[in-house]
Design a protein around this ligand. Structure first.
Ligand code: B12
Length: 475
């Protein structure tokens, strides 16, 4: 079969669509022909997209890899495809599928939605794509049957032997472009690659839209390192971002990974997401030795009350210890924080400010909490009448809601909540330690400018600078 996989335009091209590259290589292994239309790497105007769609007659089906913020794109794209090709099956997979399968099927021209892991389900679906009557035997999908009624099939068991999957089909993506857009890493002399090593997360944070459910499956250390070496060979990658929700679910495996990097003399730096309760001095020393460059902790709040409301299963004291131990090991930190969770009030906001100042954290921006459909938080917001729109309208309003909120989850009036966020960020800015200020405002800016020169070339970067300058002069 001939399959086209489409990646919608995303906020930035800082990470390639890894999910597409995994499902593509699996489909290829089964003998299918796969092509990718990556609208993040190569954005098209509406007219150009229309023109591309004219050529879709060569495909047996079209698959879209969409997270929840691509909802409007999926609706629009599927409508245009359907107008031109009434019979071409349109499939959707990735994060959006667990969030709102029924709403998406009802409000778009999509035919089938693949839940969770895509490899096995998509391969089975592609085999039977022309025979809608047999969709009912494929586990792990939502679909429209011959009369247009919406149906669902039983869940598919998760893949236990992840090593059996082929390595990603990197050749279908414009990896050099994504490496260029990995911004600051490039300037630090790091050529970034990406890898997924663990699927699932056992924790139950109320706001999280879990990609693969709570069961955790992981690849063997050798398999991970082999993939890293292949990426290194193909693209000369020197730094790897491990994209897992929770890379450190099994400490022994993480230790094995670090030891193997040292033993196999793999000269790379890497970064991953950790949890504050896994912090350990000996472990971090080993990680640093193996090239660990940065650890991300979703600390989210400096208030124990809010952490409890979030069901974080973590304490403020653990966060403090984790920050100290990470710094002691010489590893950089990434500590995103959330604002406006259920129960947030002036007292909890002050607790967060004090925590961030005490721990000398470099962030000066907090992210407004957004309830994504399919999460416990979303169900709470619906039940408590915090979301005023029907689901279709609500999802179409979701975008990058970090700056302004879509739903007020607190008891604080809207205007006051916005003011409190501004005041909080101002306080954080004022209290930044001198060293952090220099790093943030001088060192990182230089990196940023250097990165734009690499990305856009000398002429492109100069053009941008001149445009910015003219904008400033005009006020
Ligand atoms: C890399 C990443 C990004 C990248 C690129 C995202 C992208 N569009 O793919 C960037 C940095 C741009 C990003 C941004 C955001 N992200 Co993000 N991101 C991730 C992250 C960390 C890794 C994704 C990944 O590569 N996984 C590894 C691969 C193997 O898994 P996968 O992509 O899920 O693919 C599998 C299946 O989904 C499926 N599949 C994938 N594609 C297809 C296609 C078809 C046709 C089929 C059938 C199956 C299929 O098969 C694959 C293999 O089994 C995930 C968390 C995670 N660990 O998955 C969050 C995640 C995808 N992001 C999320 C969110 C919320 C965001 C933001 C909205 C955050 C924000 N508030 O700003 C923004 C959106 C920006 C925008 N408008 O574009 C949510 C999505 C929730 C949802 N229900 O959709 C996730 C799941 C995090 C979470 N746990 O909440 N993100």
């Amino acid at each position: 079969m001939r399959v086209l996989l489409v990646f919608p335009p995303a906020r930035d091209a800082s990470k390639p669509p890894i999910g597409i590259s995994y499902v593509s290589s699996f489909l290829r292994q089964k003998g299918h022909h796969v092509e990718v239309l990556d609208l993040t790497a190569e954005p098209l105007t509406d007219d150009e997209l229309q023109e591309k769609i004219e050529g879709f007659h060569i495909y047996d089906c079209v698959g879209i890899s969409a997270i929840i913020t691509a909802y409007n794109f999926v609706k629009k794209f599927s409508r245009i495809v359907r107008e031109k090709y009434p019979e071409l099956p349109i499939i959707v997979g990735n994060g959006i599928s667990i969030s709102c399968p029924e709403t998406l099927l009802k409000n778009s021209e999509v035919d089938v939605i693949v839940i969770d892991e895509g490899e096995l389900t998509l391969a089975e679906l592609v085999e039977r794509i022309t025979d809608r009557k047999r969709y009912k035997d494929i586990k792990g999908i939502w679909y429209k049957d011959e009369d247009g009624s919406i149906r669902t099939t039983p869940f598919r068991e998760r893949i236990t032997d992840l090593d059996s999957l082929p390595f990603p089909a990197w050749d279908l993506l414009n990896i050099p472009l994504y490496m260029k857009h990995a911004g600051q890493y490039l300037d630090w002399g790091l050529r970034t690659g990406w890898i997924s090593t663990v699927r699932g997360c056992p924790f139950s944070c109320g706001y999280c839209s879990r990609s693969f459910g709570q069961k955790v499956t992981s690849r063997s250390v050798n398999n991970i390192i082999d993939e890293i070496l292949e990426f290194k060979r193909l693209f000369n990658g020197t730094h790897f971002q491990i994209v897992d929700d929770l890379f450190m679910s099994n400490i022994n495996r993480v230790k094995d990974f670090a030891r193997s990097l040292v033993e196999r003399k793999v000269k790379i730096t890497w970064e991953a997401n950790c949890r504050v309760n896994f912090a350990d001095e000996d472990l971090f020393r080993l990680l640093k030795k193996s090239g660990c460059f940065r650890l991300g902790y979703g600390i989210e709040s400096g208030s124990q009350k809010i952490l409890n409301n979030m069901k974080k299963s973590a304490t403020v004291a653990q966060a403090e210890r984790a920050i100290e131990l990470t710094r002691k090991a010489g590893i950089k930190l990434h500590t995103p924080m959330m604002f406006g969770y259920v129960g947030e009030d002036e007292h909890t906001i002050n607790e967060t400010i004090n925590f961030m100042i005490k721990m000398k954290l470099a962030n000066t921006t907090l992210f407004f909490t957004t309830p994504y459909p399919g999460t416990e938080l979303y169900n709470w917001a619906r039940k408590n009448n915090r979301i005023k729109h029907d689901e279709d309208t609500y999802i179409s309003l979701l975008g990058n809601n970090a700056e302004k909120f879509l739903v007020n989850l607190t008891e604080i009036p809207d205007e006051e909540l916005l003011r409190l966020k501004r005041v909080t960020e101002l306080k954080l800015r004022e209290n930044l330690p001198f060293r952090v200020k220099i790093e943030k405002h001088v060192v990182n800016r230089i990196y940023f400018i250097k990165a734009r020169f690499v990305q856009l070339g000398f002429i492109g970067a100069m053009r941008k600078i001149v445009k910015k300058f003219i904008g400033l002069v005009k006020g």
